[in-house]
Unconditional design. Structure first.
Length: 153
């Protein structure tokens, strides 16, 4: 998964609504895929207006590619969120899931190393699959996210 290790913010080049609350997305670096938005739309109160299939089909690329947007509803979803969701939905290995965790939380290699108490080289090896991710680190990632959620709630 070569695209998952980048540190720069992803930027969209295309957003196309598809059936069953999916968005086909393409990014500046050439990566592309489909993001299934159905679970988010039916669980997040801020996305209730998108439950209408006609409203959902109004998705367009934001002016500079930093988001998909529904201008009539004043709803935007960031390119970084769509990129992380796309990767998460097709992640197959622990390395992929670890990289998605890092991207979803906007953590560079060095920031992730500080948060988890391991070296940058170790973080890089986890993300590339060169080193197995210990169960304790996997659990630490889950706990770290939960702690962040509680702090921002």
């Amino acid at each position: 998964m070569a695209h998952a290790t980048r540190i720069t913010r992803p930027r969209l080049t295309a957003v196309t609504p598809a059936a069953d609350y999916c968005l086909n997305v393409s990014f500046v670096d050439g990566s592309c895929g489909t993001v299934n938005m159905k679970d988010f739309i039916f669980s997040l109160s801020g996305l209730v207006p998108l439950r209408d299939p006609v409203a959902f089909s109004g998705a367009v690329l934001g002016e500079y590619g930093w988001e998909a947007e529904w201008p009539q509803l004043d709803i935007q979803i960031g390119a970084d969120t769509l990129f992380a969701d796309m990767l998460d939905q097709r992640s197959e290995t622990p390395a992929d899931r670890f990289t998605v965790w890092r991207i979803r939380n906007s953590l560079s290699l060095s920031a992730a190393s500080r948060e988890l108490g391991v070296t940058v080289r170790t973080i890089s090896a986890y993300g590339s699959g060169a080193r197995p991710i210990p169960r304790t680190v996997q659990l630490a990632c889950l706990g770290w996210e939960e702690e962040r959620r509680r702090l921002t709630a």
